[in-house]
Design a protein. Structure first.
Length: 466
């Protein structure tokens, strides 16, 4: 029997252990997509306790707690921070075989040096020890980022964001690059005309453009795109159910936009046409500035109306959708490619049954200009666990080039989630180690070692050219 989570956790072979300890472990982290608020980094926030840094905003943990029968009061409600932590500690032993069990103990070990397992018996002791540490300067946001050996962070920002905190971080001379990333989802959310018009008005203000036509709308967005570029942004991201690639004419889009601005609801066809047009326009903008574009496809969101109306979005009521993807995705990418305006692209799927669809789709648009121009993004959200990561890497290996993969990102709201890179790296080294053990790939540590270092860091560094 192996020891639980010792230094060779997830590393089943000697080759995997060598690859991890000698090549993966010390590579810096290039976190090209996350949801950390830049304000916290700008202010170098210190967290008052373990609940604030660990449970607040973590819908993965809330879902597990609800499933374990914990009342909402202890997840998102008005219970005290200690009470919330106590309920989490009660839940942890019930998360065996869920990745939360691994992440929890990796995070306690990596950041706080705690080897004990979290349970009701150890809750008080772990709470006190972590809180004492969190109250020291060593545990400020920036020092946690330094401790995790992070080289670059890309946040997630709306086009109307002032980027004031990014500017402040830069002016401060923080040695880790903290860059904005362009997330214009709200700029195409025309299902809700009132919210959308409100957004257009805010955009008009921020861009200082009078938006009286679709052309003016695009001009205002372009102005913000330029502003993001001037502030170091080289990367966009879209969270969408599926790709939108309906046919449309300029006249149709102008009419649809006028209709929106007059406050008239759109029908389904008009919504699809408008979204298809916006997605294309965003792709054109990214290409013009040499940005990379990311697409996170396939979440079905806010499924519980009752709890959405109480708690709002991103609170743990989203799941894996089954939207049709192959055809619209092909048409969308081809539309840009036909104009020779397809940027470097990373595609993430949430439905694991789509893995091979994505991994083969990318091959259609590789054009020899850049290694791995079209990237198959790392296992995301419900798939960022051992099984999901292995399946993503196997699909990529079978149908593309694993060696050109830009690797892991945290996609998290928590500073402690950097340990997911360790989890990913161990999983990667283990896959390669098993192949060596089985005689399926050569025992060439120079080749394998550099491949591991590239996937952990160098590929991303070279690909994004920030
Ligand atoms: Zn994300």
């Amino acid at each position: 029997m192996k020891k639980f989570m010792d230094e060779n956790f997830l590393l089943q072979t000697e080759t995997a252990q060598k690859l991890y300890h000698e090549h993966a472990a010390n590579m810096p982290i290039f976190d090209y997509h996350c949801h950390i608020p830049p304000q916290q980094i700008a202010e170098d926030k210190k967290f008052k306790n373990l609940t604030e840094i660990w449970l607040a905003g973590d819908h993965y943990k809330w879902r597990a707690m609800r499933t374990n029968g914990v009342d909402e009061r202890f997840c998102t409600g008005d219970a005290s921070d200690w009470e919330k932590f106590e309920k989490w500690a009660e839940t942890v032993p019930h998360t065996l075989r869920n990745p939360l069990y691994h992440w929890t103990h990796l995070e306690l070990k990596k950041f706080f040096g705690i080897d004990k397992l979290l349970s009701p018996e150890t809750a008080r002791e772990i709470w006190d020890e972590c809180n004492a540490k969190l109250n020291t300067d060593e545990y400020s946001c920036r020092n946690i980022i330094r401790k995790a050996n992070v080289n670059t962070i890309c946040t997630t920002d709306d086009p109307i964001d002032s980027l004031e905190y990014h500017k402040a971080i830069k002016e401060d001379g923080f040695e880790v690059a903290v860059l904005p990333a362009w997330r214009p989802d709200k700029a195409m959310m025309v299902e809700d005309i009132i919210l959308f018009n409100d957004y257009v008005d805010q955009l008009a203000d921020v861009a200082n453009v009078e938006i009286d036509s679709f052309d003016a709308y695009i001009a205002a967005i372009e102005k913000r795109h330029q502003f993001f570029h001037e502030n170091g942004c080289r990367l966009s991201d879209h969270g969408l159910e599926t790709a939108y690639a309906e046919d449309y004419t300029e006249k149709e889009i102008n009419n649809i936009f006028d209709k929106i601005r007059s406050g008239i609801e759109l029908n389904e066809e008009e919504i699809l046409k408008f979204k298809s047009c916006m997605l294309y326009e965003f792709g054109i903008m990214d290409h013009a500035k040499g940005w990379t574009q990311q697409y996170h496809f396939g979440a079905i969101r806010n499924n519980s109306t009752r709890l959405f109306s109480k708690l709002g979005p991103d609170t743990g009521f989203d799941s894996i959708g089954d939207f049709q993807i192959a055809q619209p995705l092909s048409k969308f990418l081809d539309r840009l490619d036909q104009q020779n305006k397809l940027s470097q692209t990373i595609l993430y799927n949430l439905n694991p049954s789509d893995n091979e669809i994505y991994a083969t789709m990318l091959g259609n648009f590789q054009d020899g200009s850049v290694p791995g121009k079209m990237q198959y993004g790392s296992g995301w959200w419900f798939l960022d666990q051992k099984d999901g990561m292995e399946k993503q890497m196997n699909a990529l290996s079978n149908l593309g080039l694993l060696s050109r993969f830009v690797g892991m990102l945290t996609d998290s709201r928590s500073y402690l989630s950097y340990s997911r890179h360790e989890y990913f790296r161990r999983t990667l080294c283990n896959l390669l180690g098993n192949d060596v053990e089985n005689g399926e790939i050569p025992y060439d540590m120079e080749l394998l070692g550099s491949m591991v270092e590239n996937i952990c860091f160098n590929n991303a560094k070279n690909y994004f050219k920030f």
